[in-house]
Design a protein around this ligand. Structure first.
Ligand code: PMP
Length: 381
């Protein structure tokens, strides 16, 4: 129950374990081509350009920055935690002149504050983290997409902890790049960086006057490959992660079979259930309120006097693995529960039960079953 890598479906793991074929074998070309098509459906961006690259989520961020930023370009980073800060570092590497709007811990930046900054300075790109995995804070992409269009700024959404879990309508919302990694709500073991890029962003990239600063990430190398697979033709630039792509095809099919709206609603209900369960135990949470709380993970604060390592090891002795804190400012004061992908009612009850026992073990008074009752009140509606 950590916020990635998550637990994977058996059919996805079977695809991972199947015989590795050539990257130009007909079955693989078909698998890659179908995965590209399904990404456009899941990102809800029919006119977007999907990319599937071997690498982690950080590579997806790096690729967006490398291709869309030229030295001296102005970039506005909206940071709601650790991964927003990381985006600033990546953009700087490619020579961007970065301004950061950093939220208070657990909060978001008001769209009015973003608009004043966009009015003051002409930016080329704006990045934001849909769900920052260090704070479990959810940012509403809708006003940011509108502002991007109004001020002619390319918007880049880090969806590593949101794509296929939180609602995303890339094209309707006018977001230029939505990027993620395979190991979270997309439901595939770590190793794929996934991006969908708008036609406007591709045009901006084409009008660059300097070479892309990363050879591996350069879309000049990858665009012909993505086009070839989309047209079911063999091609080669760098060997793709063949088994991961086979697994991706299976997982994307499962996601579409469930139905996007059903899947978003299920994640929302799971998030609500965890938040209610944690609140019933009297624990605070890092997001300042439910409106800015993610549905893909929760971030409860330890009650006063509870030792994080003792609590986490007690929970793990009951077979439930949770994650510790990540945001440096409050690292030892909170823990994280991932609830993406195929998490079901049984997982929720088992996890809350282990959390109750862990708290009791550490001397915190708990009314047995309080969190489970609160969660069931939501799950059983
Ligand atoms: N952004 C967010 C929101 C993340 O949660 C993560 C990973 N936890 C990353 C970026 C970086 O992804 P990776 O670890 O796959 O490089």
């Amino acid at each position: 129950m950590i916020p990635g890598p998550i637990e994977f479906e058996p059919s996805v793991l079977r695809a991972m374990g199947s015989a590795t074929t050539s990257h130009v074998a007909p079955n693989f070309i078909e698998s890659f081509g179908k995965s590209l098509e399904m990404m456009k459906s899941i990102w809800q961006c029919p006119s977007g350009q999907p990319f599937i690259l071997a690498g982690s989520g950080t590579l997806a961020m790096d690729t967006a920055a490398a291709n869309l930023v030229e030295p001296g370009d102005k970039a506005l980073v909206i940071s709601t935690g650790y991964f927003g800060d990381r985006f600033a570092e990546i953009l700087k590497r490619y020579g961007a002149d970065v301004t950061m709007l950093k939220s208070a811990t657990g909060g978001v930046i008001d769209p009015d504050a973003i608009e004043s900054e966009l009015r003051r300075t002409k930016y080329k790109v704006l990045t934001f983290t849909h769900v920052d995995t260090s704070t479990a804070v959810l940012v509403d992409p809708v006003p940011i997409g509108l502002l991007g269009k109004k001020y002619g700024v390319l918007t880049i959404l880090d969806g590593v902890c949101s794509v296929a879990g939180e609602e995303i309508r890339q094209e309707e919302w006018g977001i230029d790049v939505v990027l993620t990694a395979s190991q979270k709500a997309v439901g595939v073991p770590p190793g794929l960086a996934l991006l969908v890029v708008s036609p406007e962003a591709i045009d901006k990239w084409k009008s660059r006057t300097t070479l892309v600063g990363s050879y591996y990430s350069d879309w000049s190398n990858w665009l012909p490959i993505m086009n070839a697979y989309a047209n079911r033709k063999p091609s080669y630039f760098g060997t793709p992660a063949v088994n991961l792509v086979a697994a991706l095809e299976v997982s994307l099919q499962l996601i579409l079979r469930e139905g996007l709206d059903v899947r978003f609603e299920r994640h929302k209900r799971t998030g609500d259930a965890f938040r209610a369960g944690i609140a019933a135990l009297g624990l605070d949470q890092v997001p300042v309120n439910n409106q800015v709380a993610a549905n893909t993970l929760s971030a409860p604060m330890y009650p006063d006097g509870i030792s994080g390592p003792e609590f986490l090891s007690s929970v793990s002795s009951q077979g439930v693995i949770l994650a510790g804190g990540l945001l440096p400012e409050i690292k030892d004061k909170y823990f994280r529960i991932g609830h993406m992908g195929s998490v079901n009612k049984g997982d929720i009850i088992t996890t809350l039960s282990a959390i109750e026992s862990g708290l009791k073990h550490c001397g915190y008074p708990v009314v047995t079953g309080a969190s489970i009752n609160a969660a069931l009140n939501i799950l059983n509606i």
